[in-house]
Design a protein around this ligand. Structure first.
Ligand code: PLP
Length: 435
C-alpha cells in the first residue's frame, strides 16, 4: 500500500515516509492510494479490540518496513478499553475517553509515538516532535511520547489561554518531553513552530518532525475503533451501524468513512458540528468556503477551515457523491447546554460538550420511524470540561483515574516571550555542551 498526495496522485510514498513527512512536499495531504476490501467475514476469529485492530491495519501497512510490527504498535496504542454502551432507544455510545488524557486523540497520538519510535530505532539522534497546541492535542502527544525511546517532544502552549485542567495535563512530564508556556496566543505558538522548521540553526541541531492532525498516522489508527464498534453491532444484530461523529477538523469522521470504504458494516455517517458553519454550508451550497472560527462550548471543534476537508473532497470529488455518502448537522451552544443538562434524565449519562452535539443529532432523529442501530461517538470525558459541565448537571463530575494520574504530575512550565530566540535559549542552548 502506498500513500499519495491529494494534490498529485503521481507523488507516491511508503507508509513510513508519509508518517515521518506529515505533509506532502506539494502541500497536499497523504491518503491511501486505494482502499482494501475487508468485509466482516475477514474478521472471523478476531474477538478482542487488538485482534480486530491488527486485521484492519494489516493491508494499510502492506509492503512497509513497519508491517511486521503491527501487533506491537497495536498493543502500544490500546492498553485501554473502547466500550460500546447500550443506552436504549437503539442507541449505543462508543466511549473513546478511557486513555491517559481522556479523549479520542490518545489513540492517534499513541499510534504515532509507537510508529515513530520504532522507525528511529537505529538513529543516532532522536527525532524531535515540535507541537503547538491550544490544549488537547499537546496533552495527548506529550502523554503518548513520554519515555518512548529515539523520540523527544517540545510542546508550546499559550500561557493563560488553556483551562486549568488542560494546563495540568500539558506540564510536568520531564524526561523526553519539554513543555514551554509562550506569552502569546495559539497563533504565536504555531508561528514559532513554523519558524523553527525554516531555520538553519534548528535544522542543523535537531531532526524536526510534527505530530499534527494532518498526519495520516493520526487517521489510520482511528479506523480501528470504528471496526471494533461496527463489528460488535453487526455480530449482535446483523445490521450495519450508523455513526454520529462530533467533528471539527474532520479527522475522526474521515476515519469512520475510511473504515466504511474498506468494507466494514457501517451505514450512515453523520457529522455533528458546533456553530461553526463551513461544513454544513458546503453540504448545502456545494461551494467550499473556509470561514472565521467562532468560539463555542465545544472548543476542540472550533475550526473555521478544517484541513481534512481536502481528504474528504479527494475521496468524493463530486458534491453529489459526497451528499449521498455523508450528512452534516450544526448544533448551537444552546442545544449543547440543554443536552448536557438533561443527559442524566434522558440517557443516564453525563456528556462532554463535544459529545453533546452528537446526542442532539440523535435525539432529533428519534422522532422518525427509523429503527436502525445508531452509535453516538463520545470524544471526551465530561470531567475534562468541568467548568462547563458541572454547573449544568449541578454536581461534581469525578475525574477518571488515568486523567487524575496525568494531572498529578503537573509542575509550572518555563515561560518565554513569543520569539524564536527565546525558544532557542530554552531548548537549544540549555542542551548545548559547554564550550
Ligand atoms: C479534537 C476533538 C474533536 C474534533 O475531532 P476532529 O477529528 O478534529 O474532527 C471532537 N471532540 C474532542 C473532545 C476533541 O478533542
Amino acid at each position: 500500500m502506498n500513500y499519495v498526495s491529494t494534490r498529485n496522485t503521481d507523488h507516491s510514498v511508503s507508509l513510513s515516509d508519509a508518517l515521518q513527512e506529515g505533509l506532502a512536499p506539494d502541500g497536499g495531504l497523504y491518503v491511501p492510494s486505494a482502499f482494501p476490501s475487508i468485509p466482516p467475514e475477514a474478521f472471523e476469529g478476531c474477538t478482542t479490540a487488538e485482534a480486530i485492530a491488527e486485521r484492519m491495519l494489516e493491508p494499510f501497512f502492506d509492503g512497509d518496513v513497519l508491517a511486521p510490527e503491527v501487533p506491537g504498535i497495536v498493543s502500544d496504542m490500546y492498553g485501554f478499553s473502547v466500550p460500546l454502551k447500550d443506552v436504549g432507544a437503539q442507541t449505543r455510545v462508543l466511549e473513546l475517553f478511557h486513555g491517559p488524557t481522556a479523549a479520542f486523540k490518545d489513540v492517534g497520538a499513541r499510534f504515532l509515538a509507537s510508529s515513530l519510535s520504532r522507525l528511529n530505532r537505529s538513529a543516532t539522534e532522536p527525532l524531535t516532535i515540535l507541537v503547538a497546541t491550544s490544549g488537547d492535542t499537546g496533552a495527548a502527544v506529550a502523554a503518548a511520547f513520554w519515555k518512548k525511546p529515539n523520540v523527544e517532544v517540545i510542546v508550546l502552549y499559550p500561557k493563560g489561554r488553556v483551562s486549568d485542567r488542560q494546563e495540568k495535563q500539558l506540564t510536568g512530564w520531564g524526561a523526553n518531553v519539554q513543555t514551554i508556556a509562550v506569552r502569546g496566543v495559539f497563533d504565536d505558538c504555531q508561528r514559532l513552530v513554523k519558524a523553527a522548521f525554516q531555520n538553519d540553526t534548528w535544522q542543523n541541531r535537531k531532526r524536526l518532525s510534527s505530530a499534527n492532525s494532518i498526519n495520516i498516522g493520526r487517521l489510520l489508527p482511528q479506523m480501528t475503533y470504528y471496526a471494533v464498534a461496527s463489528l460488535r453491532v453487526w455480530r449482535e444484530t446483523g445490521n450495519e451501524a450508523n455513526f454520529i461523529v462530533p467533528s471539527g477538523n474532520l479527522g475522526n469522521a474521515l476515519a469512520c468513512v475510511y473504515a466504511r470504504q474498506s468494507g466494514l458494516p457501517i451505514g450512515e455517517v453523520v457529522l455533528a458540528t458546533n456553530a461553526n458553519r463551513p461544513v454544513t454550508a458546503f453540504f448545502e451550497s456545494g461551494e467550499w468556503e473556509p470561514m472565521e472560527t467562532v468560539e463555542t462550548l465545544a472548543t476542540a471543534m472550533d475550526v473555521g477551515n478544517p484541513s481534512n476537508m481536502e481528504r474528504l473532497r479527494h475521496l468524493y470529488p463530486s458534491v453529489d457523491a459526497l451528499r449521498s455518502s455523508i450528512t452534516a448537522a450544526r448544533v448551537t451552544d444552546e442545544a449543547i447546554r440543554q443536552r448536557i443538562e438533561t443527559g442524566e434524565d434522558d440517557w443516564g449519562e453525563v456528556w462532554c460538550p463535544h459529545t453533546a452535539t452528537a446526542v442532539d443529532v440523535r435525539e432529533k432523529l428519534l422522532t422518525s420511524s427509523d429503527d436502525h442501530p445508531w452509535v453516538i461517538v463520545a470524544t471526551a470525558h465530561p470531567a475534562k470540561f468541568d467548568d462547563i459541565v458541572e454547573p449544568l448537571v449541578g454536581r461534581e463530575v469525578p475525574v477518571p483515574e488515568a486523567l487524575a494520574e496525568v494531572m498529578e504530575r503537573s509542575r509550572p512550565a518555563p515561560e518565554i516571550p513569543p520569539s524564536l530566540d527565546a525558544l532557542a535559549d530554552q531548548v537549544l542552548d540549555a542542551q548545548a555542551p559547554a564550550a
